[in-house]
Design a protein around this ligand. Structure first.
Ligand SMILES: [Mn+2]
Length: 335
């Protein structure tokens, strides 16, 4: 960490304009980390541009500043910082938008700040600070900022606290360590109000009657396999098109799936045009097999939360069988 932080310090000092990039599956941690870096770099008199290859979902609107996130990499910058992923497939939307994007990113220093256990698949990054025992990328950023004496204003602290709360499910995930708690304690000491953050988040979680009814229809369609140990849900494109702007359909159902009696593995599959299928995987406590399950389908992630993306390689019924079989195999190894 020491050596990487010194290198990061040098790269940031040398830069005038910094692009902060989130993966194509933005979440509370990626957005909170971007907003925190934006504030820190602003205090360091840098120009910043926040970018994400997809629109930031509206459930993250409780984090002020989400509207400043743009969808295209600018032409002119000196340094880019990618947060919360080390997977090339998760910046594909940005890379695919314009063939010159990869050249622009690789011809300037690119720093990855992450906390995912998987290896990096981005071969043109100059530097990767990946702290696998950190609960969130924002925990990595906080430790880095302290290390380098970077200024952290209240907006930066709020963004980091929200990011950590998001990735740790309110400091209750297995990845929540004593270090996470020390970081949170310092953030609260620095003026962050956890109750204000939580109230803002809960307000944003209110759903329209239409979404509540749609959630009901999703729950009706959950398929259970292997004595209910595995729960699968398939979400077709017309529903994604209709409901995604207001809520990620997978997220409407996946917690209820994993809260079913006996269920250990929950997988929500989304079917996009031209055969693209994405999978969101959650496993219950005591069964840290989510990353391994995702890796069997060219994805990755954490022990209990992971995902994958397949591009027209497999039909959905075959895929479902493969997921059930691979899950059973991995569960047998754990038990
Ligand atoms: Mn994260």
């Amino acid at each position: 960490m020491e050596k990487a932080s010194k290198q990061i310090d040098k790269l940031v000092k040398a830069a005038r304009r910094v692009v902060i990039i989130q993966p194509d599956n933005p979440d509370g941690d990626s957005l909170g980390s971007s907003l925190a870096l934006e504030q820190i770099l602003m205090e360091l008199n840098k120009d910043t541009v926040m970018v994400c290859g997809v629109n930031i979902p509206s459930y993250l609107s409780y984090l002020p500043g989400k509207d400043r996130v743009e969808t295209e990499i600018p032409n002119d910058f000196d340094l880019s910082i990618l947060v919360d992923t080390s997977a090339i497939s998760l910046i594909n939307n940005l890379l695919a938008a314009d063939p010159s994007v990869k050249h622009r990113l690789s011809s300037k220093p690119l720093i990855i700040l992450d906390h995912h256990a998987s290896e990096s698949s981005i071969d043109f990054a100059s530097l990767r600070l990946n702290v696998a025992d950190a609960s969130a990328t924002s925990e990595v950023i906080y430790r880095l900022a302290k290390d380098l004496n970077w200024p952290m204003n209240l907006a930066a602290k709020n963004a980091m606290a929200a990011a950590i709360l998001s990735d740790t499910l309110g400091l209750t995930s297995p990845s929540t360590s004593p270090k996470t708690m020390y970081v949170m304690a310092e953030l609260v000491e620095g003026g962050v109000s956890l109750s204000a953050l939580e109230n803002a988040r809960r307000d944003m979680m209110r759903k329209s009657p239409e979404l509540v009814r749609y959630k009901g229809s999703l729950l009706q369609r959950i398929e259970y396999y292997d004595n209910d140990r595995i729960a699968l849900l398939t979400i077709p494109w017309p529903e994604i098109e209709k409901y995604s702007p207001s809520y990620n359909p997978s997220m409407l159902a996946i917690d209820d799936m994993r809260l079913t009696t006996n269920t250990i593995v929950a997988v929500a599959l989304k079917q996009y045009p031209e055969g693209k299928i994405t999978g969101k995987i959650r496993t219950n406590y005591g069964y840290p097999i989510a990353a391994k399950l995702a890796e069997a389908f060219k994805g990755g992630g954490h022990e209990y939360a992971s995902g994958f993306k397949l591009l027209g390689e497999v039909d959905i019924e075959t895929l479902k069988k493969e997921i059930v079989n691979k899950s059973m195999e991995l569960l047998d190894e754990v038990i």
